[in-house]
Design a protein around this ligand. Structure first.
Ligand code: NAD
Ligand code: SER
Length: 319
């Protein structure tokens, strides 16, 4: 690595864990965290209060810390973007242009920008959704991710920008809280289960969606960024797959550890978003091109979530 790493949107669900993993690998001082919000947990290492909408501020931070790699995580997620469509579109697109344009000038050498399963829509085949298929997203978030993918490929083909991307499924981790997505229920459910509270799910019991344990997502992110340039054959965004499950299936798994766990269903506007997304994803290209392989199944995910949240609860309450 020539310079340092900048993580933009580091206080969010993914950023919290990505910063920790990158610092473990490259050293605290080589990874600059940045956000408009304070970090969710105390982290050792530099933090910049950076608004990604301000391209001059971005240039200053990049120069000050001699940044060569950027992980751009700032975005408005699916459910929140439906409430603020124009703001969501502006944030998701302007942030990407600000980073891609600095990379085009050659200041930044490598960019990671995540896409999402939200690029797919109701006309996409829902089972084992292939890398290349019909993509007619119906959410603002999905439209912004699809447009972002096109721009990433464009900047690579036209200006040689080394940009790499993954279509994350819904992510589940215990170290950070999610930020306004349709898959957030799959994190909230564990927080309720561990404190013996009933859980009211905003999706219906059989709504199956592609999901992934956070440490698999972090592994995929670091692996694609570490892969040799020649291995990255797709410059829009790669499908990656972990586990697919419905609220009913995950609650049954939780009940194996906590038999008294109680779930009820009250679908809201997020149901329509979920209904437009695939149930499962085919990730052959990621597996073949840069060796992607997930490690967590539903059983392992549930036991990691419950064990770790339990430890946190005990520590917080000095039990
Ligand atoms: P999040 O909402 O938890 O975090 C986003 C962070 O960006 C927040 O800390 C927020 O304060 C910050 N931010 C917002 N506006 C900013 C600005 N103007 N300048 C700087 N920072 C700003 O989101 P996340 O779940 O961590 O997602 C990160 C990325 O991964 C997003 O692009 C998202 O679309 C994508 N993604 C996430 C998931 C998931 O399940 N979490 C799935 C698919 C794709
Ligand atoms: N988890 C994200 C969301 O629900 C998917 O991109 O918005």
């Amino acid at each position: 690595m020539e310079g340092r790493i900048l993580v933009i949107g580091s206080s969010g669900q993914i950023g919290t864990e990505l910063v920790e993993a990158l610092r473990e690998k490259f050293g605290n001082d080589n990874v600059i965290a940045s956000d408009i919000k304070e970090p969710q947990i105390k982290q050792e290492g530099p933090f910049e209060n950076l608004d990604i909408m301000d391209k001059d501020q971005l240039s200053e931070v990049v120069k000050k810390h001699e940044i060569s790699e950027v992980y751009l995580l700032a975005a408005l997620l699916s459910a929140t973007a439906e409430k603020h469509p124009e703001f969501g579109w502006n944030l998701n697109m302007t942030s990407l242009f600000n980073v891609l344009n600095l990379a085009k000038e050659g200041t930044i050498k490598k960019v990671f920008w995540p896409s999402s399963i939200a690029v797919f829509g109701p006309t996409t085949p829902q089972q084992n959704t292939p890398q290349y298929t019909i993509m007619e997203p119906t959410t603002v978030y999905g439209i912004s991710k699809q447009a972002g993918e096109r721009w990433c490929e464009y900047y690579h083909n036209k200006y040689g920008v080394d940009v790499r991307s993954i279509r994350y499924p819904g992510l589940i981790g215990y170290k950070s809280l999610p930020g306004g997505g349709t898959t957030d229920y799959a994190v909230d459910i564990f927080h309720k289960a561990i404190t013996n509270e009933p859980f009211e799910c905003f999706l219906s019991e059989n709504t199956k969606l592609p999901m992934m344990y956070m440490s698999d997502a972090i592994k995929a992110t670091i692996n694609i960024m570490q892969a040799d340039n020649s291995q990255i054959k797709i410059r829009s965004s790669y499908n990656i797959s972990g586990i697919s499950f419905s609220p009913n299936q995950i609650s049954e798994e939780i009940k194996k550890a906590i038999p008294s766990f109680n779930i009820s269903y009250k679908p809201d506007s997020r149901q329509q978003i979920a209904d437009s997304w695939p149930e499962s994803i085919n990730d052959d290209e990621a597996k073949n091109d840069w060796g992607w392989k997930p490690s967590f199944n539903l059983d392992k995910l549930c036991s990691e979530m419950l064990t770790n949240l339990d430890k946190i609860l005990i520590k917080e309450n000095n039990l």
